[in-house]
Design a protein around this ligand. Structure first.
Ligand code: SF4
Length: 484
């Protein structure tokens, strides 16, 4: 058995910044996993101010019941509270004044204030008087109030009584997790029925996403895979509505979210980013090593007419120019995409144009589907449906062309040093992934030998061989004392 020492300061390239601080450790002896939630010793204390009519009082009772059921304690004083909820009344002018005064008092005496109740319907009015309140919701908004409380003060977790771990139930390995940031889609691509099934875009609140991400990382997750139907559109539906994270106001924009996620001790990988111009804003975060230099960007085709028939943005040339610019800005950028071939009406010349687009784009990872009709999709009504054999034959030609591109791009990595994340420790080899490889869909890095490591560990390797999809590597910075 051979020992490895991590020397992450000084690791090659921009990836240094991408390695979680808490991955820095020596292998001998192997540390026991520590389940640390950074929870305060005492349960969080909530102060509650309830104004108005009996209906409001019932709302207060319900919120208090939820708070107690989740293990929060109630504080009888502003000074003893970690957070104060003010349940307001807005029935008449005098009630509005009283509510605004109560909010002001809570802010002055405590500072961390969540507002709910009837006056909450007029958020602008409240924020004009008290811009520092952490969140504002209307009447009967129990879930929203609880979400706001969770964002400021995570619910206490008692391992003896809680049925669920704080990170919830995960179906992925312990060291990586998917983080869904929105549901639904505002596009109407003619081959897709997702907007019919899942509705239009609804972005999750910024603070709620961050809280989930933080819990995942605290539970041992080393890589967060950001997903949604259309990740680049995050916040468009809410007009980038302001939210709060760690007591600071934040705009619900992808760039800001990616930036906040990049502060966590984990790799952050973005999936399903539609090629919007504002994706440019993410590149500095990647170039600085704040998030992984990786973009999963479904392009679907490279011919303008086919893209128009698909109801996709028909600007293949602009996409190529943008890719070239991104690569200048972030040379380590890995681009993954998916395409559909054999779309109704696709001519041989249009398909050839797609192959040329592929050669020019030099994408690192590509998935390709032969067009297949989906019940309910608009594309089913388009003329020129192609026979199965042609669709399959084009898919095979497409994949053959891409395999050569991928092989060349992987070969160019031979000799480079990089940090990889271990997925599996086998008897005679490690199976790992580099920043360029998403789990399940991309390639892997195989490291021969028996190593004293665990899934979720980061190590520094040197690439020695490449195939069309995978890499082989050898570890660097071997701890000779650990050889045994
Ligand atoms: S393919 Fe993607 S972007 Fe287009 S409608 Fe479906 S989910 Fe939305």
């Amino acid at each position: 058995m051979t020992g490895l020492a991590y020397i992450l300061e000084g690791a090659a390239g921009n990836f240094d910044r991408l390695v979680p601080e808490n991955a820095k450790r020596t292998l001998h002896p192997r540390p026991t996993a520590v389940f640390s939630l950074n929870m305060p010793d005492a349960p969080p204390q909530i102060g509650f101010v309830s104004l108005g009519c009996p209906k409001n009082l019932v709302d207060t009772e319900r919120i208090l019941s939820r708070l107690r059921a989740e293990g929060y304690q109630l504080s009888a004083s502003y000074q003893g509270a970690d957070l104060v909820v003010v349940n307001t009344c807005g029935f008449i002018d005098a009630a509005v004044e009283e509510s605004l005064d109560a909010i002001g008092e809570a802010l002055q005496e405590n500072g961390s204030v969540i507002v709910t109740g009837c006056l909450g319907k007029d958020e602008a009015h409240i924020r004009e008087a008290h811009p520092q309140v952490l969140s504002v919701t209307g009447p009967h908004a129990y879930e929203a109030v609880m979400d706001a409380v969770h964002r400021q003060l995570p619910a206490p977790h008692d391992p003896f009584t809680s049925l669920l771990p704080p990170q919830g139930i995960k179906l992925t390995p312990r060291h990586y997790a998917y983080l869904k940031i929105a549901e639904g889609c505002n596009h109407s691509c003619s081959f897709c029925i997702i907007p019919d099934l899942r509705g239009t875009l609804v972005s999750r609140p910024f603070g709620e996403i961050m809280l989930e991400a933080q819990r995942l990382v605290e539970s041992g997750v080393r890589e967060l895979l950001v997903v949604s139907q259309d990740t680049g559109a995050y916040g468009v539906d809410s007009k980038y509505r302001p939210d709060f994270w760690q007591g600071r106001p934040v705009a619900s924009r992808l760039k800001d979210l990616a930036s906040a996620l990049g502060e966590l001790q984990a790799w952050i990988r973005l999936h399903y980013v539609y090629p919007y111009p504002h994706v440019d804003d993410l590149l500095p975060l990647m170039a600085e090593g704040h998030i992984l230099p990786y973009l999963d960007m479904p392009m679907q085709h490279g011919n303008v007419r086919v893209l128009q028939a698909m109801k996709r943005p028909a600007a293949a040339e602009k996409v190529l120019a943008r890719i070239a610019r991104w690569r200048r800005e972030c040379p380590d950028l890995t681009l993954r995409s998916t395409f559909i071939v054999g779309f109704p009406g696709e001519t041989e010349a249009e398909f050839e144009e797609l192959l040329e687009f592929l050669c020019e784009a030099q994408l690192d990872r590509v998935g390709c589907f032969a067009y297949s009709p989906v019940a309910g999709a608009q594309a089913n009504n388009l003329p020129g449906a192609l026979p199965d054999e042609i669709r399959e034959e084009r898919r095979a030609r497409f994949m053959q062309r891409q395999a050569e591109i991928s092989r060349q791009r992987l070969r160019a990595k031979i000799g480079r040093e990089m940090v990889v994340l271990v997925d599996e420790v086998k008897e005679k080899q490690l199976v790992a992934r580099s920043p360029a490889d998403a789990p399940e869909i991309d390639g892997r890095v195989f490291i021969p030998g028996a190593w004293e490591l665990e899934a979720g560990d980061f190590i520094k390797v040197r690439i020695t061989e490449a195939t069309a999809h995978d890499l082989r590597a050898e570890p660097v910075d071997i701890d000779e004392e650990g050889v045994g």
